[in-house]
Design a protein around this ligand. Structure first.
Ligand SMILES: Nc1ncnc2c1ncn2[C@@H]1O[C@H](COP(=O)(O)OP(=O)(O)OP(=O)(O)O)[C@@H](O)[C@H]1O
Ligand SMILES: [Mg+2]
Length: 462
């Protein structure tokens, strides 16, 4: 479907397109006459011609008379048209028009996704007001979607609308165009590799190779030659010269995954490469200059590893010129639901179960789970649930999650309010890492009020 984007010059100059659906020719002509100055007006007189017009002309806004032939006395045809229009273009704004005595029909249409309604006879000023608002909202939504699509693409499908993830995206953009090494830290399954790929994709090296090597998955004896390559005869079985992965990243980005697993002997060699930007193949004498950007990731606590002598401090400071921390899923607020629905869409389509939805209880269960395996765990649970469910609803049991106990059961209003307040305050503090000023701002209260609340609820300060 050709869609207007931010960069489409047509969308800047052309009048916005409005479809008017009414079976009464006089009304159609009057409306067109009144609105043609502001809009490109397309007309339709029944359901079929209306749907054809939506498909061909892509109007952003539609006015739809609910009583259409062959049964202008009922709203069946109109409601049917509404449903198909919304299925074809979920962002389309449909303003339904009904008789004076049929407000309940209008409300039903709004329940089905109509944007607004007007009662006959329609006053032109009312219509113009509603239309302006509808076109404005439609344009905002379309721009937003276009922006989101490019962002998602640039960020390698990494999604997130939480402030935590917005900060990560901003940091990725900031570091991408520099050459400094970045150390990406985060629990398992948080998206460290995606972040590394996004940095590469947004950098000037994007046309060069992205070489990922998992330092934890390769046996120590092989890792050196894997990284640095070897000359013919360097060791038994070295029948041919072989270039290493570092050389393979020439002109691009080298991603050292699970860097915390790298054996100490190789840490020294890696450090030398980072300092001198040259390598020697195993068994070779020639120094080969390498031009590559180095990114590394780990899910272990490198500070602890350093204190235990398992990781070199000098290497840590070389790799971590910039440290990018990817927050765990449980700290990302609304992102759990956002991502759950994203994966649901993906796997429901794959399994031809497009109608499957998450039940309220499932949404609650997802929100209260602690997600030790983060996004990968969420993706796996949803994938499994789509397969396991027979009906159209995913329940907690399909996700292999228990239904969370209702925290308000058996509580008086005052106690229940405290439970809720404690929960909200604790979440805000967790999100802001205990920053009281920020937490107060998020909660929309003053700092002293937050202090008082914490005192009352028995929440420790830092
Ligand atoms: N924000 C996100 N939006 C959509 N998908 C995501 C997001 N973050 C991660 N994923 C998906 O979750 C999975 C795990 O991501 P990734 O491999 O990047 O994590 P990781 O931190 O490297 O994990 P590990 O520590 O286990 O290596 C991948 O399938 C990835 O596509
Ligand atoms: Mg990984």
């Amino acid at each position: 479907m050709p869609q207007a984007t931010l960069l489409d010059p047509q969308s800047l100059t052309a009048k916005p397109k409005l479809l008017i659906v009414d079976d009464d020719e006089n009304i159609r002509t009057q409306m067109k006459w009144a609105l043609a100055r502001e809009y490109t007006v397309v007309l339709a007189e029944d359901r079929q011609s209306a749907l054809d017009a939506v498909r061909k002309e892509h109007p952003a806004v539609v006015t739809l008379d609910l009583g259409l032939p062959p049964s202008p006395g009922s709203i069946e045809e109109g409601m049917h048209a509404l449903a198909v229009m919304l299925a074809q273009d979920p962002l389309i704004k449909v303003i339904v028009i009904t008789g004076q005595t049929e407000r309940h029909n209008a409300l039903q249409a709004i329940g089905q996704g109509a944007y607004d309604f007007l009662c006959k006879p329609v006053a032109v000023e009312d219509l113009q007001g509603i239309l302006r608002r509808a076109f404005y909202v439609a344009q905002l939504e379309r721009e937003n979607r276009a922006l989101q699509q490019t962002t998602t693409e640039l960020f390698q499908g990494m999604m997130g609308s939480s402030s935590q993830m917005q900060e990560v995206f901003a940091a990725i953009r900031r570091v991408a165009t520099t050459e400094v090494p970045v150390l990406i830290i985060g629990e398992s399954g948080t998206g460290k590799e995606l972040a590394a790929r996004a940095i590469h994709r947004l950098s000037d090296r994007k046309d060069g190779p992205f070489v990922a090597i998992n330092c934890g998955a390769i046996p120590e004896t092989l890792l050196e030659s894997e990284l640095f390559g070897h000359e013919k005869g360097a060791f038994t079985n070295a029948h041919m010269q072989r270039k290493g992965r570092i050389e393979g990243a020439q002109g691009g980005t080298l991603f050292l995954d699970e860097i915390g697993e790298m054996p100490l002997t190789l840490q020294i060699k890696l450090l030398r490469f980072l300092q001198e930007r040259v390598i020697e193949r195993v068994g070779g004498r020639e120094e080969i200059p390498i031009d590559t950007r180095v990114l590394a990731a780990t899910n272990i606590d490198l500070k602890k590893a350093m204190s235990e002598g398992r990781f070199r401090e000098d290497l840590y400071y070389r790799l971590g010129v910039v440290v990018l921390t990817i927050p765990p899923l449980r700290d990302r607020g609304g992102d759990i639901t956002l991502l759950a629905n994203l994966f649901l869409q993906r796997y429901a389509a794959e399994n031809k179960k497009k109608a499957v939805k998450l039940s309220q209880a499932a949404l609650h269960a997802l929100e209260s789970h602690s997600w030790p395996g983060n996004i990968r765990e969420l993706e796996n649970r949803i994938k499994r649930a789509v397969i396991m469910t027979d009906g159209n609803q995913i329940a907690p049991v399909h996700l292999e999650l228990t239904e969370p106990a209702d925290p308000y059961v058996g509580k008086r209003l005052k106690e229940a309010r405290e439970v809720l307040e404690r929960d909200l305050v604790q979440r805000a503090l967790a999100r802001t890492k205990g920053n009281l000023t920020q937490a107060a701002a998020e909660l929309g209260v003053s700092r002293p009020t937050l202090y008082e609340l914490m005192e009352k609820l028995g929440i420790a300060k830092g």
